[in-house]
Design a protein around this ligand. Structure first.
Ligand code: ZN
Ligand code: ZN
Length: 156
């Protein structure tokens, strides 16, 4: 998730509720004016507030939903609420990331004892041997093994 994206979401989280609240204010004003004017038998003069307010509430709610989508997804993840397609698109990369992390955990096999370790583990939890070493040729941190998986140099 990029920083710019985060910033956009932050702005959406602020702007969305503000627009929705403005819309709500206008709608209440228009609605109250309509009731008061109807009782007095006059034409409501602030009826436009209701007309302008309702779409603003909808737009504000939509912007808020976009901004808070991640929080909403997190919240609804454990519920059996059917997730809309758009949200599904955002979940998909996370799911594949978890899936590949799970695969990585399977792959993080100790070169010395052959037992699996957590992904990102630096040392084998079964025998204590290092799982990663610094390649003497390219200088990258690579998985311990017969060859460097970054440059192909033979490791000893
Ligand atoms: Zn080991
Ligand atoms: Zn290398």
């Amino acid at each position: 998730m990029g920083k710019k994206h985060e910033k956009t979401k932050k702005i959406l989280k602020i702007i969305g509720p503000i627009i929705a609240l403005c819309g709500l204010g206008l709608a209440i004003m228009g609605f109250a004016d309509m009731i008061i004017s109807t009782r007095k038998g006059e034409m409501p003069s602030l009826f436009w507030g209701l007309i302008a307010g309702l779409p603003l509430i909808a737009i504000g709610a939509m912007i808020s939903l976009t901004g808070f989508r991640r929080e909403i997804i997190r919240y609804t993840k454990n519920e059996s609420v059917p997730v809309v397609n758009e949200a599904g698109e955002e979940i998909a990369p996370a799911v594949s990331a978890i899936a590949s992390a799970a695969k990585g955990a399977e792959r993080n096999i100790c070169p010395d004892c052959g037992k699996p370790n957590e992904e990102g583990a630096k040392f084998c939890r079964h025998c204590g041997k290092p799982l990663y070493i610094t390649c003497p040729v390219c200088g990258e941190q690579v998985r311990a093994g017969a060859y460097c998986d970054k440059c192909g140099a033979k490791l000893d």
